[in-house]
Design a protein around this ligand. Structure first.
Ligand code: NAP
Length: 284
């Protein structure tokens, strides 16, 4: 593990809850100068009390993105580790996802992390060190019905990382993706609210009810493969500080073995099995 003095400060997005909150605590406990950020920094009192520096950062807001990075660079010259964690799941059948909702999903999950990466790179290049850790998902390796918008955004995060990593490697900068399976956080509540409500006349009405119930079951604490935010934060810390990090850390059973099963199984079989798993879920 590299020491905080070898790496410089960490900036983490989306620290108001879940994985971001736990990651800020993990970096701080490991001795890093830690900048915990959130859209509403009033939610970060506990992290301030734990010794983190607090910044307001909506990852979709260019002025806020620039201000947050400049604040760290003014103090430390460059950011050592950027953890692109902020994100949410836009769910619902593809036919009913409005382009505005699709754009919002990409503004947060893709363009937010892409732009922050672009903004931290010049100072990282000047200092000849730096690491970008993207909190991606197994959803960026395997797509499934009901989650098209979210999967598309995380597939994009994966594609960008494979391009960026070798581009910045000559400057001493690394890009590492963390791909967790299900985690019990506020993610579930946000996901359930995101499913478009288009009334009982929607041809997808029953499908959406069952999808909501299926996702509720899938993300329940204690359900198969569901992890805590702290478990994932420990891997993010490792991804950020390992001397020779892997390019990807798949976290938990579902993330480690799901993509393998997906590659081996024919598309139509996957379609059948995943459709059945929703059909067999009783709506609440
Ligand atoms: P969470 O508890 O809902 O946390 C999401 C965080 O992202 C919150 O702090 C939220 O802030 C923030 N956020 C959302 N939009 C933002 C924006 N525009 N600007 C800044 N912050 C924003 O969910 P989580 O599970 O910790 O999710 C963290 C990451 O893990 C996400 O990228 C997610 O895709 C990924 N992930 C989650 C799971 C899972 O099953 N939970 C699995 C794999 C990957 P507000 O309080 O302001 O909304």
């Amino acid at each position: 593990m590299l020491k905080p003095s070898d790496m410089g400060p960490a900036l983490i997005t989306g620290c108001s809850s879940g994985v971001g909150y736990a990651t800020a605590l993990a970096f701080r406990a490991a001795g890093f100068e830690t900048f915990a950020t959130a859209r509403n920094s009033a939610q970060l009192g506990d992290l301030r009390a734990a010794g983190c520096q607090i910044l307001t950062l909506d990852v979709t807001d260019e002025a806020a993105r620039r201000a947050a990075i400049e604040a760290v660079e003014r103090q430390f010259g460059s950011i050592g580790i950027l953890v692109n964690n902020a994100g949410y799941g836009q769910y619902g059948p593809v036919e009913e996802i409005s382009l505005d909702d699709m754009r919002r999903q990409f503004e947060t999950n893709v363009f937010g992390s892409l732009r922050l990466s672009q903004l931290v790179l010049p100072a990282m290049r000047r200092t000849g060190r730096g690491r970008i850790v993207n909190v991606s998902s197994v959803a960026g390796r395997v797509s499934a019905l009901g989650g098209g918008a979210y999967h598309a955004s995380k597939f994009a995060v994966e594609a960008l990382a494979d391009a960026l990593r070798p581009e910045v490697e000559p400057f001493g900068i690394d890009v590492v993706n963390v791909l967790p399976g299900p985690i019990s956080t506020r993610f579930e509540a946000v996901l359930l609210k995101s499913i478009p409500d288009t009334g009982v006349q929607s041809p997808y009405f029953l499908f959406k009810e069952r999808l909501a119930h299926r996702m509720h079951e899938f993300l329940q604490p204690g359900a198969f493969g569901v992890m805590t935010a702290e478990t994932v934060a420990a891997i993010i810390l490792k991804a950020g500080t390992a001397k020779r990090p892997r390019t990807r850390y798949s976290v938990g059973f579902i993330a480690r073995f799901g993509p393998l099963g997906r590659v081996l199984a024919p598309d139509r079989i996957v379609d059948f099995v995943t459709r059945r798993s929703i059909q067999n879920t009783r709506s609440k």
